[in-house]
Design a protein around this ligand. Structure first.
Ligand code: GLA
Length: 721
């Protein structure tokens, strides 16, 4: 199965087919010969294959030469382009500055293999394939890594070995997908409506999703999945890609008329945005590719396990958080917040976060971004008294910042007008500009402001916001700069947690994730929307990263009124919190919140470590999902109606993911005033407060659910007997 690792063999030595295997996935890469390596297989585990088998696989993968085509069998290489006879969209594109059109044409990349290196480590098998275009004087390293969880990462590094600068148009890798992966899923969205699925067939041509927001954007494709017809959470084979980058991105699926289909995810570069000077190199963003033979649940299984294997996962337990935004908006003062602190402590909040409105001159969203000192008019003694009160009430203190931005009406802009991206004619967005983090001194200045705040006050958490699109072809530099800025701050203040927020969920991706501890999936706290938003966000991100707050009964963003139990139950399945003026709630509501907070504390270990299982329901009005402990000893499931259920006798709901050979006690978990049920008589098991059933039956025949009224949530716990 393993071939010998090789060190810089000469070109003629390259005769190796690599078989990478992990967690039910095989990747076979033919790196023999002088051409760019080819992925012969990315998908289901092929079992152990010896060199002879691999050679046979390569032979069997060689196609015919069709009429009116190149005169050799077509090979879809990792860097396929015109030089290989690939007329589809290339993932790797560059041009030499100063070339005449003729020279440029001659230099359509003609890459030849130089060497490959393989390293098998516990966490991943890594292949680095070096290819070179001698005439263009460009060397490219193509990295493919199959992690222990079966996730395939890839990226390209382009070296400029020439004299003139090199303009990069694309720096990524093409992955092949089989013809049966003809069904596509990706996402679009709007503010407060992030990650709306788009489904459709993969037709001849390109299905491409490009983000030019300078952040993922509310309509970010997020994941592009191609699968067997009708693939779902529980069923079908799926090949999915994600661009692990928080700036502009391109993801696409292409079916060529020739036959082969490809999938790619990479950073999207604007013309001239990335120029590689002589002797320098540029490393493209990682593309994360995941195969699953068990539907979309298999995709989240792999990504969650991988993310959880990182060196610095978010500290656990994840504290119950209260954020002041929807409670008071800009109306801040110690007097106003004291009752909120008291009520938060009463219901069991563990972290109190002061949102936008605390800094110099910030009375509304029209000014003051950049002036990161405490406003003495609102906070005459600084934030000290507030922080003290929060600590005295037994909670941590957190603070909102938006460090990458600047208001035209700010002391900072008056002092450094040159730090505003697109000075003068640029469009404002939420009355603000982006701060040019690569302008000399700008990033240092922001660092010093934040560093001073973190030194002055005992701050456990920063909600790091980003409330506009860049609208400027500087996304690469800006994104690299924000990663560096966050990392510098974290190095200086290792205990401080950071949340990535961007007008809600416009910047949550696997590029940002290693730099932060939490993401804010949406400004919408309406549970109907949150059920959907979380269903898709957890495709990649584990629930412990996802801020999930209980809002007011009437959602501020939609005006929809939701039952307390629906709101509480929905917020339980994330990094839970409250976005509601609990000082203005009734004693009864606070008692319900306190009971829910206890429930969260009791179950968060399971919720933040277990396997996320989403159920394919027969009725789209029913959203059902759960978290199953890795040893399958327990699970918590949520069954919610996001619309009016279709049937008076809802079909039995199956609960997959449990231990088929064990028996479980299934019992409803009371939450606030419980779900509202429309029935003259509930199913007996429900009336009796639970039932014992074998896991196999729960997965196959299921349980009849009580008929939930629209917009209700039923919580069920499963305990192995
Ligand atoms: C953005 C965030 C909100 C809130 C406001 C404050 O919209 O998404 O949660 O912090 O900014 O201005």
């Amino acid at each position: 199965m393993r071939s010998r690792p090789r060190r810089s063999p000469s070109r003629s030595d390259l005769r190796v087919i690599h078989h990478l295997r992990a967690a039910g996935v095989s990747v076979v890469v033919d790196a023999r010969g002088a051409g760019v390596p080819v992925v012969l297989h990315w998908g289901r585990d092929l079992g152990p294959l010896d060199d002879e088998d691999l050679a046979a696989l390569a032979a069997a993968s060689t196609p015919a030469v069709p009429p009116s085509s190149i005169d050799v069998p077509f090979r879809l290489t990792l860097a396929a382009g015109l030089g290989d006879g690939w007329t589809g969209r290339p993932a790797l594109q560059f041009s030499r500055r100063g070339d005449t059109p003729a020279a440029r044409a001659a230099r359509a990349p003609r890459l030849r293999a130089v060497r490959e290196r393989r390293e098998d480590r516990a966490e991943a098998s890594a292949l680095r394939m070096t290819v070179r275009d001698d005439e263009a004087a460009v060397t490219v390293e193509l990295d493919l890594e199959l992690t222990a969880q079966g996730l395939l990462r890839s990226r390209a590094t382009v070296h400029n070995d020439g004299v003139e600068p090199l303009d990069l148009a694309a720096a990524g890798i093409l992955l092949p997908i089989p013809a049966r992966a003809g069904d596509l899923l990706d996402f679009t969205g709007l503010w407060a409506r992030e990650r709306r699925p788009i489904r459709g067939p993969l037709r001849d041509g390109i299905h491409a999703r490009e983000s030019r927001h300078g952040r993922g954007g509310h309509d970010n494709a997020f994941v592009l999945a191609a699968g067997t017809p009708g693939f779902s959470f529980e069923a079908g084979e799926v090949w999915a890609v994600h661009a692990a980058w928080s700036g502009d991105t391109a993801v696409w699926a292409e079916r060529s008329a020739l036959g082969p289909s490809t999938l790619a995810a990479q950073e999207l570069l604007a013309p001239g945005e990335v120029v590689v000077d002589a002797g320098r190199r540029h490393t493209g963003a990682w593309s994360v590719a995941v195969y699953s033979a068990e539907g979309l649940n298999g995709i989240s299984d792999r990504t969650h396990a991988w993310v959880r294997s990182w060196q610095a996962p978010p500290p656990r337990p994840r504290p119950l958080t209260l954020n002041t935004w929807e409670a008071v908006y800009f109306d801040q003062s110690l007097e106003k917040l004291e009752p909120l602190i008291a009520a938060a402590a009463e219901v069991g909040v563990e972290r109190f976060v002061l949102d936008d409105g605390w800094f110099l001159g910030r009375r509304d969203d029209r000014r003051a971004l950049g002036d990161w000192t405490v406003d003495p008019q609102v906070w005459p003694q600084g934030l000290g008294p507030l922080v003290e009160r929060v600590h005295a009430a037994g909670m941590q203190f957190g603070l909102w910042v938006e460090p990458e931005m600047i208001s035209a009406d700010s002391a900072l802009a008056r002092e450094h007008p040159e730090w505003m991206l697109g000075r003068g004619g640029d469009l404002e967005w939420r009355f603000q500009r982006a701060l040019d983090l690569s302008a000399p001194g700008a990033a240092d200045h922001v660092f010093e402001c934040l560093d001073a705040l973190l030194r002055t006050y005992d701050i456990a958490f920063l909600k790091w916001d980003h409330n506009r699109d860049l609208l400027h072809a500087r996304a690469h530099a800006q994104t690299a700069a924000v990663y560096a800025l966050i990392d510098r701050l974290r190095a200086a203040h290792p205990g401080v947690e950071i949340e990535s927020c961007a007008s809600g969920g416009a910047r949550l991706d696997i590029g940002m994730l290693p730099h932060v501890d939490r993401v804010w999936p949406s400004d919408c706290n309406d549970p109907v929307e949150r059920q959907r938003i979380h269903a898709w966000t957890t495709l990649l991100l584990p629930p412990e990263y996802l801020g999930a707050h209980v809002g007011a009964p009437e959602a501020h963003t939609t005006g929809r009124t939701a039952a307390t139990s629906f709101r509480l139950g929905t917020a339980l399945f994330g990094s839970a919190g409250i976005e509601w003026n609990v000082a203005q709630t009734s004693e009864g509501e606070r008692a319900q919140l306190a009971a829910w907070a206890d429930e969260y504390r009791r179950r968060r270990d399971l919720l933040h470590s277990g396997r996320v299982v989403r159920i394919d329901t027969d009725d789209p009005a029913v959203v059902a999902h759960g978290v199953v402990a890795h040893d399958r000893s327990e699970a918590l499931f949520s069954v919610a109606t996001v619309d009016t259920p279709a049937a008076a006798l809802p079909p039995a709901l199956r609960f997959p993911g449990l231990d088929a050979d064990a028996r479980y006690r299934v019992a409803p978990v009371p939450i606030a005033d419980g779900p509202r049920i429309i029935a003259d008589q509930d199913p007996p098991w429900y009336r009796d407060g639970g039932i014992e059933l074998p896991g196999r039956l729960l997965a196959e025949t299921g349980l009849p659910m009580p008929l939930l009224a629209p917009e209700q949530l039923l919580l069920l716990e499963f305990t192995r007997l």
